[in-house]
Design a protein around this ligand. Structure first.
Ligand SMILES: Cc1cc2nc3c(=O)[nH]c(=O)nc-3n(C[C@H](O)[C@H](O)[C@H](O)COP(=O)(O)OP(=O)(O)OC[C@H]3O[C@@H](n4cnc5c(N)ncnc54)[C@H](O)[C@@H]3O)c2cc1C
Length: 460
């Protein structure tokens, strides 16, 4: 019997031969041992929110949604330890109950923590790294049945912080939090020139910063959010922001208007202008708990690309993107979002050793509407490569293995390590093999000598 797991965007469907929902580590190990003996491919799906096919397999697919117990909350050290099927909303709710909070969040609140970390999930704020940088330690169950416990500071922490699901199964994680906090969100219109002139100051002076652009216009909005002790706005304000502005206008009305582009694709331009006038022109403020401010409603399905580019190129890249869009007469939907992420040392993090701006562009997927954005996504990818950018591992990707090797200094080491920890390729799939590096035996042996002892335990 074949099972089925569609990704959130409904862009792809994984049809594994077996689908498991283990509830305990014993059950999980049993499934893994069986797959290992039969040398059968096995993958874990988080929430299936990745736009690409990173969790796909034809053999065994594991969902850990019933393996999601919170094991310990250490209020003194402000850490939470949990089984790896825990979802971000469940973690956020638990933290709220304990009066602690995750320091930074993306806009989507329905990933699993483990699934999000696997692809380098991030929020925005130049003093905040990707989600993986808040993980204090994690357990990785290998195909051999061995468990590696990895702590922040170990070399394996850097190697596996963004692991693409290619090494084994993350079974347990400990995440660092901070005391629960409120954010004061302020949005105001800004020109690209003004943002360019004050970018350093804006990024340094505010906890969280985003730049929102209505493509086909010169309209930008600066979104900033800072920790505050001021009282929360009324529930009505939050309801209005999420339901009227977020769901009704930005999702439902926006989606309906986009149907007119079936007749004339360039109608996306007046639609963007109208949305820009509605959303980007005024100065508004809102105070709420951090999770209320970070979260944005995502009702309409969409396809997306997102690229990390060295921060110094933010405005020149946006100017080039504008020229690219207009010179090719691409019709690009509202909005293009720019976020800022602190550098880290994770071998395959798009923010590896460089503060980055992340630029995301999307196309809504509406029933009965043709998918006409592929040429645009590919053209953006080419432009990004001229800036030495790196794509988000959970979104669409068009870069060649050669290019990836050129922008990730630890690219070869990552794949050597993958071969050492998963010698039978149990956790590999078509998506990974489409760009993976195949190391030589000599490279593998030399790496082992340096980084592992004679029992194949990683050296510290
Ligand atoms: C509407 C929407 C909004 C988004 N917003 C953001 C955003 O604000 N910021 C951002 O950075 N990204 C964003 N993303 C991308 C998303 O966060 C990533 O694709 C993320 O990886 C999805 O998490 P998931 O739990 O669904 O993982 P999945 O997509 O199910 O899996 C991702 C990878 O993790 C592996 N994996 C999952 N669990 C385990 C485990 N326990 N052990 C080993 N491997 C595992 C899978 O095999 C796969 O390789 C968004 C996506 C959507 C659909």
């Amino acid at each position: 019997m074949t099972h089925s797991w569609q990704n959130w965007a409904t862009l792809s469907e994984c049809k594994p031969q077996s689908l498991y929902f283990p509830k305990s580590i014993t059950e999980l190990k049993q499934i893994l041992v069986e797959a290992s003996i039969n040398k059968e491919n096995i993958k874990v799906v988080g929430h299936g929110n990745s736009y690409n096919t990173n969790f796909h397999t034809k053999r065994s697919l594991l969902s850990l949604k019933e393996f999601n117990t919170i094991l310990e909350t250490d209020i003194n050290n402000q850490t939470v330890t949990f089984e790896s099927g825990l979802s971000i909303p469940d973690l956020v709710n638990h933290c709220n109950d304990k009066n602690i909070a995750l320091s930074n969040l993306g806009t989507n609140m329905f990933d699993n923590v483990a699934g999000a970390c696997a692809t380098g999930h991030h929020g925005s704020g130049i003093n905040f790294g990707i989600l993986s940088s808040f993980i204090e330690s994690f357990d990785l169950l290998l195909g051999s049945g061995k468990v590696l416990t990895v702590h922040n500071g170990d070399w394996l922490y850097d190697a596996l912080g963004v692991h693409l699901g290619a090494f084994g199964i993350i079974t347990k994680m400990t995440i660092k939090t901070e005391p629960r906090f409120k954010l004061k969100q302020t949005v105001f219109p800004i020109s690209l020139q003004a943002f360019n002139d004050s970018m350093k100051t804006i990024l340094a002076a505010n906890d969280h910063v985003k730049l929102i652009w209505a493509p086909h216009t010169q309209d930008y909005q600066c979104w900033i959010a800072n920790r505050t002790n001021e009282p929360n706005d009324s529930p009505f304000i939050h309801w209005k922001n999420k339901t009227i502005n977020g769901l009704l206008i930005n999702n439902i009305l926006h989606g309906l208007l986009l149907y007119t582009t079936k007749i004339k694709p360039s109608l996306v331009r007046p639609i963007n202008k109208w949305l820009s006038n509605y959303f980007l022109k005024g100065k508004t403020q809102c105070i709420g708990w951090s999770d209320q401010i970070f979260y944005l409603p995502h009702l309409l399905k969409q396809d997306a690309v997102e690229y990390a580019i060295p921060i110094k190129h933010t405005t020149s890249f946006l100017q080039d993107l504008h020229s690219l869009i207009e010179s090719h007469s691409f019709n690009v939907q509202f909005p293009i979002e720019v976020r800022f992420v602190k550098k880290d040392n994770f071998w395959l993090s798009p923010a590896y050793q460089s503060d980055m701006c992340y630029i995301g562009t999307k196309s809504h997927l509406l029933p009965f509407m043709p998918k006409t954005y592929l040429a645009y996504f590919k053209a953006v990818s080419h432009l990004v490569e001229t800036y030495k950018g790196r794509f988000h591992w959970g979104k669409q990707n068009y870069s060649s293995p050669k290019y990836l090797e050129s922008v990730y200094p630890k690219w070869k080491d990552f794949w050597i390590l993958q071969n050492i920890l998963d010698p039978n390729g149990l956790f590999m799939n078509d998506w990974l093999t489409s760009f993976a590096h195949t190391p030589s035996k000599t490279d593998i042996e030399s790496f082992k000598k340096v980084f592992f002892d004679h029992e194949l335990q990683p050296t510290s």
